[in-house]
Write a protein that binds this ligand. Structure first.
Ligand SMILES: Cc1cc2nc3c(=O)[nH]c(=O)nc-3n(C[C@H](O)[C@H](O)[C@H](O)COP(=O)(O)OP(=O)(O)OC[C@H]3O[C@@H](n4cnc5c(N)ncnc54)[C@H](O)[C@@H]3O)c2cc1C
Length: 474
């Protein structure tokens, strides 16, 4: 997290900062000498940043920043010579909403003109939060007492600048979700091979032992196959997403750059929201493989579950990712991004449809993609008329898009695996396992798209009907 936040801060400074800011701060952060943080949250506001109270008063050469930020990851430590805080604050007379927020660089140590470190700035760590997991990271209350800050980009356009950091960080958090699921899964695989309990339903597999390994039990395999099916395709999706990030910047034609940019923008909330949701599910399922030992600290599995939990909350909760997807990304530019995704999926299906060994998976993915299209249409017809319909279904929609995106990855992996097997390979088991795992994904993940679509079509009536006081009545 220390380096991850630094990368996001670098991206903001390189995109929105002045030449001087890039030279003074970004170069030292890129070299790894200094680290960075993002300071949005205050005690009374996290999601609704229009409410922030931190003030930025103009002073000669910059601004005096005053206020308190909470939950600041990597806010204070002595692993780097300097910490560059990127802080959201309001200038005098700024609009009292998210349109009145500006972004500031606030270094822990002021930097002299020759680049050496000067005086300690007026920013300090008030306390370190006690929390459920990620104990390797210091989550700090940060006090700004007239600290010297320098505006990044334009006044009142701070959220736009911060979103550069947040988009990078959201993709990073999606990767965290995958990583937490993956390490828990890898441990569960080892445990399932070592632990012996009971006999296979079809008769003893290891008669010379008193019991068979956990691997013989279909229900244990269900959990392990979930882990395998998710982690292998999510890994592909984040790599494919990273490729789109590069293509958005470096592809030859304007059209290719735009398609890649649209896909990244559309899939960022999905990679974050669905990736961390599933990462957490896989961490708990892998913990379950350990039985009671999964609950005991010594085995390490409970730590993965605790650590995985935060990824669904920070960088915008998963509910907010869903709203970003449905409320902003779907309708942008007349739905251009979602149409681009539909086309990528449809093209991939069309290529595989007539292939003897791939047609079954292609048909299952086509069905799930059809559910995604129907849910999209439903929002167009019912979301505008009643925005609560969009809010009530957004989370499920994000999950359908996650399922279809992973399905796309499984189709691409299946094609590659089949091609390798057809061409002859010295590692056939590896490729055969890909095809079997794709089949499992088609049987156990893709059908969920249909039930999620039906939930969306239930609308918001029952969700919104009860008065708040009725929630407390048994
Ligand atoms: C360990 C940790 C590290 C963190 N690191 C940082 C950091 O480095 N920098 C930083 O600035 N912040 C950081 N945060 C803060 C984090 O990003 C916020 O906690 C998070 O965005 C949610 O804000 P909140 O806690 O104020 O919840 P609230 O905004 O009060 O939300 C409460 C609930 O209501 C929902 N909700 C709120 N508004 C809406 C809406 N409009 N539509 C639908 N649902 C809504 C939310 O999804 C949530 O479920 C960190 C938090 C933690 C716990």
């Amino acid at each position: 997290m220390y380096t991850g936040l630094t990368q996001g801060a670098i991206a903001s400074i390189l995109t929105e900062g002045s030449e001087e800011q890039k030279q003074t701060y970004a170069t030292q952060m890129i070299s790894g000498k200094w680290t960075g943080t993002m300071n949005l949250t205050e005690a009374h506001c996290g999601t609704d940043l229009g409410l922030i109270r931190t003030k930025a008063e103009p002073i000669p050469g910059g601004y005096a920043i005053t206020g308190q930020k909470i939950f600041i990851s990597a806010g204070e430590h002595d692993m780097a010579e300097n910490i560059i805080h990127l802080v959201l604050a309001k200038t005098p007379g700024a609009p009292d909403s998210s349109k009145g927020i500006s972004l500031f660089i606030v270094p822990k140590y002021l930097v002299n003109e020759d680049g050496t470190l000067g005086e300690r700035n007026g920013v300090s760590c008030g306390s370190i939060e006690e929390k459920m997991g990620i104990h390797g990271n210091a989550t700090c209350v940060m006090n700004y007492d007239g600290a010297t800050g320098y505006m990044v980009g334009e006044e009142n356009k701070g959220l736009r600048a911060m979103f550069i950091m947040m988009n990078a960080a959201r993709l990073g958090v999606g990767l965290q979700g995958l990583a937490q699921g993956e390490i828990a899964y890898q441990n569960a695989v080892i445990y399932a091979g070592d632990r012996r309990q009971g006999r296979a339903l079809t008769g003893a597999q290891d008669p010379e032992e008193k019991a068979d390994t956990l691997f013989v039990h279909p229900d244990v395999r269900r959990m392990l196959m979930d882990g395998k099916a998710f982690t292998e395709s999510m890994r592909s999706l984040v790599l494919w997403g990273a490729l789109q990030v590069d293509l958005a910047d470096k592809a030859e034609s304007e059209e290719e750059r735009q398609i890649a940019d649209d896909l990244v923008s559309l899939l960022t909330p999905v990679i974050k929201g669905y990736g961390t949701y599933m990462g957490y599910q896989i961490a708990t399922e892998s913990q379950q493989v350990y039985g009671g030992h999964g609950y005991i600290t010594e085995w390490g599995m409970e730590q993965f579950v605790r650590d995985a939990r935060i990824a669904m909350i920070y960088e915008g909760t998963n509910g907010i990712q869903a709203m970003d997807l449905v409320g902003r990304k779907l309708g942008q530019n007349g739905g251009r991004a979602v149409q681009a995704l539909f086309k990528v999926v449809a093209d991939e299906i069309a290529e595989a449809k007539d292939h003897e060994k791939l047609s079954g998976f292609a048909a299952a993915l086509e069905k799930a993609n059809g559910e995604l299209q129907k849910a999209t249409m439903w929002f167009m017809q019912h979301g505008m008329a009643n925005p609560n319909n969009a809010g009530a279904g957004a989370y499920h929609y994000m999950h359908i898009m996650g399922i279809v995106s992973l399905g796309l990855m499984w189709l691409r992996m299946s094609k590659a695996a089949q091609a390798a097997l057809d061409a002859g390979t010295d590692n056939p088991k590896y490729y055969e396992a890909k095809l079997v795992t794709a089949q499992y994904f088609a049987e156990r993940f893709l059908p969920d798209a249909g039930s999620l679509r039906r939930k969306i079509e239930g609308g918001s009536e029952s969700i919104m009907a009860l008065d708040p006081e009725m929630f407390a009545v048994a």
